[in-house]
Design a protein. Structure first.
Length: 275
């Protein structure tokens, strides 16, 4: 009888312990489960919401916006806040010149081991590692960083060596780096409401054959941070988004200059930001 009581007591304790552990797990899962973004904003630097299951797209971009294109799902995509299905960098690189370098004090401080070096191979390696500067040196060498370091300066000569993987390209020289930098880009931030009595973006442009790219170019030339296309043919620009605006999900009007893309809708802006 004693043994049976002990067995029952032990079983009760074990059940209670298991119940408490499961309860803690459920509680912790609830605490750490990320909320689905309902406004297109996501990521660790914004509100910690996830794009997984969001109507704005499943990828959380480097800059904290949900989307589905390479700019969201590629370089810098925050995998902890959605999916990152594009593996190749979705950024544009531009040459900023030939720079001095020293083996004792590197201008770009992170060396990458690449084979058959080219501009594309080195910049892709740097992008995948999260860097915004890439440099090719002495043909076969590849270096990365986020800033010019150790007194590196632009050089007027010395970048003359062909890249091993593409002889039509230049990959630095002896003590010289061919340096490339990630260029700013336009990125979609979603579909926003608009009104003729309270505009979401303050400036307007009349553009024939309107497309996202044409509107973005006009806004950039005007010194604006945001561009927005509306009802197909309309283009708006601004440096702030009006507080009266909110996210919507029905920017469905084809762009007159490119019917494969959408340019807002009735009182709807396809909104982009230059970052």
């Amino acid at each position: 009888m004693f043994s049976l009581k002990v067995l029952v007591l032990c079983s009760s304790i074990a059940f209670a312990t298991a119940r408490d552990v499961i309860g803690l797990q459920v509680r912790d899962a609830a605490i750490f489960k990320r909320a689905i973004s309902t406004d297109g904003v996501c990521g660790g630097y914004n509100n910690t919401n996830t794009c997984a299951g969001s109507a704005f797209g499943t990828c959380c971009s480097l800059f904290g916006y949900c989307g589905t294109d390479p700019a969201h799902c590629g370089y810098g995509c925050q995998s902890g806040y959605g999916s990152c299905v594009v593996k190749q960098p979705a950024v544009t690189w531009a040459s900023i010149g030939c720079y001095s370098d020293s083996s004792n004090a590197r201008t770009l401080r992170t060396a990458m081991n690449v084979g058959g070096n080219t501009v594309e191979i080195c910049t892709a390696a740097c992008a995948a590692a999260g860097f915004t500067l890439a440099g090719m040196e002495f043909g076969s060498q590849c270096f990365c960083d986020n800033a010019i370091s150790n007194g590196g300066a632009e050089a007027t000569s010395g970048c003359t060596m062909a890249c091993p993987g593409n002889s039509a390209e230049i990959c630095g020289g002896g003590g010289r780096l061919s340096v490339y930098q990630v260029t700013p880009t336009w990125q979609s931030v979603g579909c926003y409401t608009d009104s003729t009595t309270a505009r979401t973006l303050s400036a307007t442009y009349n553009i024939a054959g309107n497309t996202q790219e044409k509107c973005q170019a006009a806004c950039q030339a005007g010194g604006f941070k945001y561009s927005g296309t509306e009802f197909g043919s309309q283009c708006f620009c601004g440096n702030t988004i009006a507080s009266t605006a909110g996210l919507a999900g029905d920017c469905l009007t084809p762009c007159p200059g490119d019917s494969t893309t959408k340019c807002g809708g009735i009182n709807r802006l396809s909104l982009n930001v230059y970052i």
